[in-house]
Design a protein around this ligand. Sequence first.
Ligand SMILES: Nc1nc2c(c(=O)[nH]1)N[C@H]1C(S)=C(S)[C@@H](COP(=O)(O)O)O[C@H]1N2
Ligand SMILES: [Mo]
Length: 156
Amino acid sequence: MAQPHDPLRPHSHDPNPAPPSESPDFLLLLPDGGQQNITPDDLYGLPPTTLTDCFIVSTGHGTSGPFAFTGVALAGFVARYWPGPWAQAEIISADGFGTRLSAADVAEATARPILLAHTIDGQPLSRAAGLVRLIVPSETDDALKQVKWIGEMRIL
Ligand SMILES: Nc1nc2c(c(=O)[nH]1)N[C@H]1C(S)=C(S)[C@@H](COP(=O)(O)O)O[C@H]1N2
Ligand SMILES: [Mo]
């Protein structure tokens, strides 16, 4: 029997150009079982961070960029909704693509923080282009953590 695809173990593949749904909202799942729908407006209400010189490096399709992504630092976002301790964040798109980050990875990325991006080069990021998109600036050899169309974020 075929194994179900695990979105947290994405393989390098042809990047999906099509969003899995129209809505850019995502579901935040907290360690106590609480859940909350997060909208781009919720993100616009939090302090913005801009990262210049971001590249999206595709194994098969070359590199695009540099881009300036603006969004909310993931560390601050989690602290806003879950002030307690946490260990991992799983960030998954409904197209079956996702990644897992440790709280240490997130906390250590201070100079180039991990972002929930809503803006690219000063313009609102379109749904087609990935709204809301995870930007992990330390990943420079691949784009497996640069998750487009976040659908679910699970804090563990
Ligand atoms: N949700 C989702 N995010 C994704 C992917 C995908 O297929 N689905 N592909 C990844 C890969 S392999 C690449 S190379 C980049 C491509 O990003 P781009 O479409 O902005 O060039 O998105 C990454 N993020
Ligand atoms: Mo890729």
